[in-house]
Design a binder for this molecule. Structure first.
Ligand code: GAL
Length: 922
């Protein structure tokens, strides 16, 4: 036995059906009896189902955003997009050598309720869109030639949240194969502990699982490796595991002076856990982790590596323009980078567990994460969801808080208090190292509520209550778990309730919220408030507060749904970055408004700013960071110039210029090339520019894209909260001068040529190189139609029976369900007589007249019928491979054909009857 751990992507080529599939009800006893057996599920969840007309889709997949906006039946909170029910099927083969191994399907997340069926058996039900879950398929899988049928019914009719949640298998799916003796799922937990200035004790718990029927002794060797892959520590331990059980092994490895994980220098280490028996390799698991300390103090807030760190965070949901919640991994990275560039150091996964890839990226880029639980319940299921979050995420150095809830009805009641106590115990048992909070909006002053028993009290809004609460609970740490909720529309400078847009002067806010300046001032002025989590970093679909239709997403974001910065972005930069920031708003393209006053404003951290209009000095003013400067300037086209001074010295100049008409588009790609692996993606931003290459912030023309080469447009967006153009499209209008494309590679290396055409502009093309790259290891889908669901008559007939006799497949007294793909049936060996095999062949409308039926191996005197038509009669003395053209059969309009195979067998035959797979070659 070798080290066989393999983690293969299951994302490729699923068949998808939108809507419920109604299966005719069979009320007979036999049918009900048969369905109640393992493998007996019928319909789209079962083995045999005509899915030939289903759509082929790739994961991650969100069907909701791809539907048209539906004002009538849609819900504002969900962005007026339908959700409902969908079905997925994937047929795949496993190597014959996999039999006896341990096979685990891993689902990163399915929105919302998922029922997972394999080979006609319901194996798992999952209830939350945000929990990752696994399904052990070792027993139920077919190995070798016979394909497996994985069917998933996704029920997204009920929502878990009040925002756009998407629908479908919107995160990745994996298949992990290991030896029966292996490191268990989520079986490695690394917990570094600082002992003194030099030494870090690395506590490592490894769970070894033995699926064998006998006890096994093994060696576990644990290596700690640094970023250069140098082994910095190593320990081996001999142990054993009883048959069918698990063994938890605890090791402690001292590491001196590790490079610390920090937000600016996020050094990562790896634990390599290697399992051997007699030096033979059984399993290796690689776990990434980091050395860092966190500490919270009621008076001084949060400390990372013993340095005080004000948390400059944003709250975010998961969706992005163009793709709904089905984000390629690089898009997650794009979003986190944008936030970091703004000066943000913390991310609240509101209000749910993020996708695991997001945490990998936050580890890598140095972004702290508040990991949040979705469903506030201390029921069995509620605690399972919570445990799921902690055991999945506790190795990530980026995760620094667990949040139990957001604004719960019971936040201030004794019921909530009891629930929180139990939930905190559950988290602490699994991870005692991270502080636990709840995000309250109200209820903080109640004595029998949750506020004072949480390790941190999260304040959603209520910034005027920080001091009152602090006075009552001086020892209780406080965080601004949700702040701001201000409204602004990118590139817009006047409120308009008809157009449903907001200005960008940081004055519009929700009644419960605050402006950017008010909220940050309240946090910045108080050391005891650990930090802020602004609602929200990015606009998101749904919850279109305060307007509804035609608004389909929010106005809360510091950036829009594409990640294009609104003016507020620069205000945060002014607050959060240490370098001089000087941003001016608005733009200076106000044709037709000549002579009218335009409000000009700074977003700056400079001490003083001078303003010039077309070279004429207007004034030089001292800046109050929380007020900023404003002027009323009569509009005249030209140049508005701002000069920023610190200590009297000029440190920054910003000019905003009246541009000419748009003459072309500028393409800005997230990276220089795409990997042609069929997975990699790239964000492409398009900007209207004039003849002098200056950005034209007022253009809204419609642009059509054509793409050739090894890529495809996954989706498009423009950040307009009132735009109803489709996202899964090849065209988009600009909004305030910009639009965005998300392009994904398709396997190959042909350079991508992107053509853009728009009214009034000459066609433009760009080339994006595609580098040859291997497709990630994955499980391919089987495309042929296999006929595997055979029954055979139980007793041989002495006299030739009618091969077309009526059959009830669930009549287990007459018919036996058999698996022909495993070889000849023992029940037929050494006997003489007639048997009838029976199955059904489901046909698609695309079937060609040249279609044929392929029997891999069959032996005996055979008569093969399609419905009542005899296709072939032959005497096959040896096991024989047959290919039978179906041209004689009238296939027109038929959805299903009954296959009957009468075989006369004799005692001498080596493989009597059908002894291998049967498939339709269409
Ligand atoms: C909060 C809530 C968020 C969002 C926000 C809008 O109360 O936690 O999910 O709804 O309001 O301002």
């Amino acid at each position: 036995m070798n080290d066989v751990r393999q983690r293969l992507s299951m994302d490729k080529d699923w068949l998808f059906h939108l809507g419920e599939v109604n299966v005719p009800v069979n009320k007979s006893h036999n049918s009900i009896y048969g369905k109640a057996k393992a493998g007996g599920v019928v319909g789209p969840a079962g083995m045999e189902w005509n899915d030939a007309t289903w759509q082929t889709v790739q994961l991650p997949h969100d069907w909701s955003y791809q539907q048209p906006f539906d004002r009538e039946n849609g819900v504002p909170n969900f962005g007026f997009k339908p959700r409902g029910i969908g079905w997925y099927r994937k047929k795949f083969r496993l190597a014959a050598e996999d039999q006896g191994k341990h096979l685990m399907l891993e689902f990163d997340g399915i929105a919302t309720g998922a029922s997972v069926y394999l080979n006609g058996s319901l194996l798992e039900r999952n209830f939350s869109a945000y929990t990752s879950f696994t399904v052990d398929i070792s027993d139920r899988a077919y190995y070798g030639d016979r394909p497996n049928v994985l069917a998933i019914r996704v029920d997204a009719t009920e929502a878990e949240g009040w925002w756009y949640e998407g629908a479908g298998i919107y995160r990745h799916v994996w298949l992990t194969t290991t030896m029966p003796l292996h490191i268990a799922e989520r079986g490695v937990w690394v917990r570094p502990e600082k002992i003194n200035d030099r030494i870090w004790q690395t506590h490592i718990e490894t769970i070894v699982s033995n699926d064998m029927e006998h006890d096994l002794s093994f060696t576990l060797t644990t290596y700690i490796q640094n970023e250069k892959n140098e082994v910095v520590q190593k320990a081996s331990i001999e142990s054993s595991c009883a048959a069918g059980s698990k063994n938890t092994i605890v090791q402690q490895l001292d590491v001196s002076n590790p490079a610390l994980w920090d937000i600016d220098t996020p050094h990562l280490y790896q634990v390599n856990s290697v399992l051997t028996i007699d030096r033979q390799h059984y399993d290796t698991v690689v776990t990434s982790f980091g050395y860092r300390t966190i500490r919270i103090c009621p008076d001084q807030g949060f400390f990372l590596n013993e340095q005080p760190l004000k948390l400059k965070g944003t709250c975010n949901h998961q969706d992005h323009a163009g793709v709904g919640v089905a984000l390629p991994d690089v898009l997650q990275e794009y979003r986190i980078r944008r936030l970091k560039e703004m000066g943000s150091n913390a991310y609240r996964a509101a209000h749910h567990n993020p996708t695991p890839e997001l945490l990998d990226i936050c580890d890598r880029l140095g972004m702290l994460v508040m990991d949040e639980n979705r469903n506030f319940e201390s029921s069995r299921e509620g605690l399972l969801q919570l445990e799921n979050m902690v055991t999945r995420d506790r190795n990530h150095p980026c995760v620094v808080f667990y949040s139990l809830f957001n604004e719960e009805l019971h936040q201030g009641t004794p019921v909530g208090r009891r629930m929180v106590k139990r939930m905190m115990r559950t988290v602490k048992r699994l991870d005692p190292t991270r502080p636990i909070l709840g995000a309250l909006n109200g209820g903080v002053m109640e004595d029998e509520g949750t506020a004072d028993i949480l390790e941190i009290t999260g304040f959603n809004y209520m910034h005027t209550s920080y001091d009152k609460f602090k006075a009552k609970h001086p020892a209780q740490p406080i965080i601004g778990s949700e702040t701001v909720s201000a409204f602004s529309t990118r590139g817009n400078y006047a409120n308009d309730s008809i157009k449903q847009v907001f200005d960008s002067y940081d004055r519009e806010k929700a009644p419960w919220g605050a402006t950017v300046r008010e909220a940050w001032q309240a946090v910045a002025a108080r050391d005891f408030v650990m930090g802020t989590f602004v609602w929200t970093g990015f606009d998101y679909r749904g919850e279109p507060t305060p307007y509804e239709w035609p608004s389909i997403n929010t106005h809360f974001g510091i950036m829009d749904t594409c990640g294009f910065p609104k003016d507020a972005y620069y205000l945060y930069q002014a607050f959060w970055l240490n370098e001089p920031i000087l941003h001016m708003l608005p733009h200076w393209n106000w044709r037709g408004r000549e002579g009218q006053p335009i409000k000009v404003m700074t977003h700056t951290n400079c001490e003083e700013v001078s303003l010039y209009v077309n070279g004429q000095f207007i004034s030089r003013e001292h800046v109050d960071l929380y007020k900023q400067l404003e002027w009323e300037v009569p509009y005249e086209p030209g140049i508005v110039r701002m000069e920023g001074y610190n200590n009297g010295k000029l440190v920054k100049v910003t000019e905003v210029v009246t541009t000419g008409e748009t003459t072309s588009l500028r393409l800005e790609a997230q990276k220089p090339y795409l990997d042609g692996d069929g997975k990699d993606a790239i964000v492409i931003n398009m900007y209207a520019i004039d003849a002098q290459q200056r950005f034209v912030p007022t253009d809204s023309r419609f642009v059509t894209f054509t793409l050739i080469g090894s890529g495809k447009i996954l989706g498009v967006g423009n950040g307009d909260p009132n735009c109803h153009e489709p996202d899964a499209a090849q065209a988009r209008s600009l909004f305030a001068g910009c639009c965005q494309l998300i392009v994904q590679s398709i396997p190959g290396s042909d350079p991508i040529v992107l053509l853009a055409e728009a009214d009034g502009l000459a066609p433009m093309t760009w080339v994006i190189p595609v580098k040859e790259a291997a497709e990630p290891s994955h499980i391919a889908s089987v495309k042929e139609t296999y006929v595997n669901d055979w029954h055979v008559t139980q007793e041989p007939y002495i006299v030739r029976p009618d091969p077309l006799m009526i059959m009830d497949p669930t009549d287990m007294n007459t018919w036996e369900k058999v698996d022909v793909s495993y070889g000849a049936l023992n029940m037929l060996r050494g006997i003489r007589g007639y048997v009838v095999f029976r199955s059904q062949l489901f046909l698609s409308s695309q079937i060609r007249s040249s279609a044929s039926l392929h029997f891999n191996e069959i032996q005996g005197d055979v008569e093969i019928y399609a419905d009542t038509e005899l296709l072939l009669a032959a005497s096959l003395v040896e096991p024989t491979s047959l290919e039978i053209p179906l041209r004689e059969v009238d296939l027109k309009g038929k959805k299903v054909i009954t296959l009957s195979v009468l075989v006369h067998i004799t005692e001498q035959m080596s493989k009597p009857g059908i002894s291998s797979s049967v498939c339709l070659l269409a």
